[in-house]
Every structure is written in C-alpha cells, then in structure tokens.
Design a protein around this ligand. Structure first.
Ligand SMILES: C[S@@+](CC[C@H](N)C(=O)[O-])C[C@H]1O[C@@H](n2cnc3c(N)ncnc32)[C@H](O)[C@@H]1O
Length: 296
C-alpha cells in the first residue's frame, strides 16, 4: 500500500503541486558558483509549455503536421494489421489525427502527448467529431522521457524524434512503453537525393547534410539498432505539397486578420519566401516516411 501511495498519489502531488525548484543554469566564476532557478511550480510550467508560435500560426488549419495525406495515414494504419483494442502511444501527436482516425477505422485505443496546447485542444475536438472520445486520451505536456504506465502494442513518434534526442534515443524511449512483440513507429526525413552543398541542406531546413541519411542507409541504420523494418509508408512530392503549401493560405489569412500582431513581419517574410525555397530545396531533396520496427 505504501509503495502504491508513493508511486501514485504522492508522485502526483510532487509532480504538480509541491513548488520544488528546477535548475535552469549554473555558472562558475573562480570558486563561486551561481545557480539560476525557474521559479515556476511544475503545474505552472506545464501551463506555459508551448512550441514556437510560427508553427501554431502556419499549421493551425492542419490536421496532419507532416508530409502525409489522410490516405497515407489510412494506408499506414491498414498496413500495420492492428487488432481492435490495440493500444497505441503517440509521442508528439500533434492534432491527434492518427489516433482519432485509427480509433474510428481500426478500433484502436490510444494516448497522445503533445507540447502544443493548441494542437492538443484540436485533438480533443477531433476525437469528439469522430465519436472516439472513449477510445483516445490527449495530454498536453513534454513527451521527453514519457513512459506509459501500461505497455502498448504500438509506440509511435511520427516526425518529432528530437523528443528522444534523435532516432536511436527515441526508439529506446518508445521501447520502454512497448509490449514484447510490439511495433515501434518512427516518422523521419531522409535525403531523396543528396543536396549538392551544405547550403542546400540548410535551405532544406536541415542543420547539415549529415543530419539525414539516404533511404537505404536509414533502413540499414534501424537494423544496426537491432530492429527489423517490417513496414513503411513514404511521403511523395504531392503529400509534401499538402503539408507545405497548406501553410501558405493559412499564413495569408492569418495576416489579413492580424496585421498588427508582433509576429506579422515574420509571417509576411515567411509567406514571401517559402514557396520558392520549398520548391527549390525541400521538394527536390527531402524525403520523409514512417517506418514500422520490431525488435530482432
Ligand atoms: C512535425 S509535428 C508532428 C505531429 C504529429 N505526429 C502529426 O503527424 O501530425 C511535431 C509535433 O511534436 C510536438 N512536439 C515538439 N516537441 C515536443 C515535446 N518535447 N513533447 C511533446 N510534443 C512535442 C509539436 O507540438 C508537434 O505537434
């Protein structure tokens, strides 16, 4: 009983209400150490947690925050041959389209965690629209380090592998929530063709050419981590357009409605430059896919 108390009620109390401090920064000058603490309690930290506003402005009308269409998401769900009742965990679930449509179409249950309050709210609204509120739960929070209390049949991170510090770390994190024999889903970019220069890679919004692999290399890398690749669904240039080009109309309408907003200049600059940048670089060089993995 005591263990239960510590693991549940007491842990909840510590996590959310006890105003213990979080160390933000530590600097040393000679023998003197200066520490800077975040004065927020954990529950207030959760409330202020968000992603950069440019994304919630440009993707506010997106249901899928990746270069995937609803058809590709449905293809992936069918390809996984999940039984009704399969439990799915989705770290960085965005507006919850994967969990909500799979709950409707395949009878899965699921939990999604996302750092954006807007996307989390949209996910809850979508669950109501599709009549699946009893099957899915959406949590606003940081998914870094998140491990499900009960093991799941499918553990996913679709387009947010920074949550685990990269692909390998995210696979490790997801594996901690996974039933033996379960499936891990990783959504990740790869190079369709290698960019000719580092500048071209950066224009694809990568940090460097080395940030991503070619598709065969990416598939081989999963093997090196001890996983079989058991399925994959890839984006194509049309599905990339649905993700990228859909941002432009959203930004244009947002600008018309918010001409005096602090972000208006940045959004205007983005709208002016994005179509050409995207068509010249991302659309040509960057691929993206969701890869289903099972432990060897
Ligand atoms: C590229 S989007 C993908 C969203 C979703 N998987 C989809 O396919 O629509 C990345 C998502 O990760 C979320 N995110 C970023 N960092 C996060 C973190 N540390 N914890 C939870 N979610 C995070 C963002 O808010 C965003 O919704």
């Amino acid at each position: 009983m005591l263990i239960d108390l510590y693991e549940n009620e007491w842990r909840l109390l510590l996590n959310f209400f006890i105003p213990y401090v979080k160390l933000l920064d530590k600097t040393r000058q000679g023998s003197k150490t200066t520490k800077k603490y975040d004065p927020l309690t954990p529950i207030r930290r959760t409330k202020t947690l968000d992603i950069p506003r440019i994304h919630t402005i440009s993707e506010s009308a997106h249901r899928i925050h990746n270069p995937f269409t609803p058809e590709k998401l449905a293809t992936l769900g069918a390809a996984l041959r999940m039984h009704p009742g399969t439990c799915v965990l989705d770290l960085g679930c965005g507006s919850g389209e994967m969990l909500c449509t799979w709950a409707r179409d395949f009878g899965i249950t699921g939990t999604g965690i996302d750092m954006s309050p807007l996307f989390t709210e949209q996910a809850k609204v979508r669950a109501e629209e599709l009549g699946v509120v009893d099957q899915v739960t959406f949590i606003h929070g940081d998914a870094a380090g998140y491990v499900a209390e009960e093991k799941v049949g499918v553990a996913a991170c679709v387009g947010a592998t920074w949550i685990g510090g990269g692909v390998a770390g995210t696979i490790e994190l997801l594996a901690r929530s996974l039933d033996p024999g379960g499936v891990i889903l990783i959504g990740e970019p790869y190079w369709r063709q290698l960019p000719p220069t580092e500048e071209a890679a950066m224009a694809c919004l990568a940090g460097a050419i080395a940030d991503f692999l070619l598709l065969p290399e990416l598939l081989a890398s999963f093997g090196h981590l001890g996983y079989d690749v058991v399925e994959m669904v890839l984006a194509d240039q049309d599905s990339w357009d649905r993700y990228e080009a859909a941002k432009w109309l959203t930004m244009r309408r947002w600008l018309e409605e918010n001409p005096d907003d602090d972000m208006a200049k940045e959004v205007r600059a983005n709208l002016s430059s994005e179509p050409v940048r995207y068509a010249t670089y991302t659309r040509e060089y960057l691929g993206w896919g969701v890869f289903a993995l099972m432990k060897q």
